[in-house]
Design a protein around this ligand. Structure first.
Ligand code: SF4
Ligand code: SF4
Length: 472
């Protein structure tokens, strides 16, 4: 069965027959490439080092799934901090909205781990082992296994394995990963399984899937149409300056474009050299306008600037700009979304700080008793069980004590004198309240239990002591 070809190219990485068009972008050295390289390597160091950085005795970032805790620069949040975590998430989302509204996809091109690892580790290794884009394409066409490609894949697999350990450190802590590395996988099969799965995913991503992650899988790219407006910073082609495009005579320093179309000098500055297309890691032609696939890497700027230099024409045919500027209108820095997002962000951050500051050192609840509400003792007094649940929400181990505040003739019996609890740990502390039978009115009596810890924190709980309906 044959299918009619689509009327136009659907995706830059899709051939008309639906097969994958593999991209091997040409490197375009230039000022943005140099700056991105510095930022990229700095971020790689940061991403790898963060799980090892200690803030107040804890990793700088730890998303501990086993204990259900999130640690961020010294503060630990647990499920009971749901509202604070929601504010934290909202802060991140609003921050992304604000940065995108002002600076477009600067995160994708400059800071995203997918981009920095691919552009500054995996692609350089590919170029080192396979040569340039044409050699890689030849290897693609030849198919089969060559020593160059096999070596590249072996290095990729080793790097993915190492990065999978870093990834795991964000979830179980670097010290746990270090322990696991020194012991047999049979002792920690789940951790080992995660490392193997993440290694396979990373290998698949960096060896094969690559730009498809940005184009097809990442939701952020799909949100661009709503997050950007005509004044947001984008990378754009100046159509009014560049068109009509055509071949041009070379400049004094080089003569790469000798043909003058139709015998006349082209009116536009674009010489249709395709350097901007050949360097694009997502394979798009920026001259067709802003596209969802553009990750804002600025490689096309460097490529085009180099051509303009050779032609002795001004740089900036492709540049950081805004849609409004490209259309000949002034770019407005102050506009509703750029004002609303910071205000909303400031409110959410303030709420977040207030909530974090107001966090209690422990959560305590009175639990309902499952068995008989009270029992009669041999001497006629009444024993009423009370159960107090304590969760240590402080960052250190605390020792908790219970104290009953009641009438002088009432006493409390506790099976243990105190309850040491690690950070995040929970316990149920039982207390037996022994009261004279006559103390109850209509089968109950109010009392208070004071819960305190060894650091000076305390709270008072109102409890209802149950007993018989009437005195004998
Ligand atoms: S690199 Fe510049 S001159 Fe060459 S095709 Fe792209 S826009 Fe035109
Ligand atoms: S169009 Fe330019 S900025 Fe966008 S992804 Fe391609 S090379 Fe990078």
């Amino acid at each position: 069965m044959s299918f009619a070809p689509p009327p136009e190219r659907v995706l830059s990485t899709l051939n008309p027959d639906g097969s994958r068009f593999t991209i091997h972008p040409r490197v375009s050295p230039g000022r943005f490439h140099a700056a991105r390289r510095v930022v990229g390597y700095a971020l790689i160091v940061l991403f790898v080092a963060l799980p090892y950085v200690d803030v107040g005795g804890k990793p700088a970032i730890l998303l501990d799934l086993y204990r259900r805790e999130f640690t961020f620069v010294g503060a630990t949040f647990r499920p009971a901090d749901g509202f604070i975590l929601m504010l934290f998430g909202l802060t991140v989302v609003l921050g992304v909205f604000l940065v995108t509204a002002i600076a477009g996809r600067v995160w994708c091109g400059w800071g995203c781990p997918q981009t920095v690892y691919l552009e500054w580790i995996f692609r350089p290794i590919e170029r080192l082992l396979e040569g340039g884009p044409s050699q890689s394409r030849q290897l693609d066409e030849r198919g089969g296994l060559s020593w160059r490609r096999t070596t590249k894949w072996a290095v990729y697999a080793a790097l993915s394995f190492a990065l999978a350990h870093t990834f795991l450190s964000y979830f179980v802590g670097a010290s746990t990963v270090a322990q696991w590395v020194r012991s047999s996988p049979a002792i920690h099969p789940v951790g080992f399984g995660v490392v193997v799965a993440v290694t396979a995913l990373m290998f698949f991503d960096f060896a094969y899937f690559r730009e498809q992650t940005c184009v097809l899988a990442c939701p952020y790219g799909r949100l661009q149409s709503v997050l950007l407006d005509e004044h947001s910073l984008i990378i754009g082609y100046d159509q009014r300056r560049g068109e009509p495009r055509g071949k041009a005579p070379g400049g004094k320093r080089g003569r790469a474009f000798p043909v003058v179309r139709d015998g006349a000098a082209p009116a536009g500055d674009c010489v249709d050299c395709n350097a901007c297309v050949n360097t694009c890691p997502t394979g798009i032609d920026i001259r067709r306008g802003l596209q969802m696939e553009c990750i804002g890497c600025a490689q096309c700027i460097d490529a085009c600037d180099a051509i303009m230099d050779r032609l002795e024409r001004p740089r900036g045919l492709i540049r950081y700009t805004a849609k409004s500027e490209l259309a000949g209108r002034a770019r407005r820095l102050l506009r509703p979304r750029v004002l609303v997002y910071p205000v909303a962000l400031a409110v959410v951050v303030a709420l977040f700080v207030v909530q974090v500051e107001a966090r209690t050192q422990a959560d305590v609840w009175v639990l309902r008793h499952d068995g008989a509400p009270f029992s009669s003792l041999d001497d006629g007094s009444i024993s009423t069980p009370v159960r107090i649940k304590i969760e240590n929400r402080s960052p250190a181990t605390r020792v908790y004590r219970l104290e009953l505040r009641d009438a002088p003739e009432v006493r409390a019996i506790s099976p243990r004198p105190d309850y040491p609890l690690a950070p995040g740990a929970t316990t149920v502390a039982p207390l037996f309240v022994i009261s004279p039978r006559r103390a109850f009115v209509h089968g109950e009596r109010p009392a208070q239990v004071v819960v305190s810890d060894d650091a000076g924190w305390h709270t008072t709980l109102d409890v209802t002591i149950l007993g018989p309906e009437s005195s004998p």
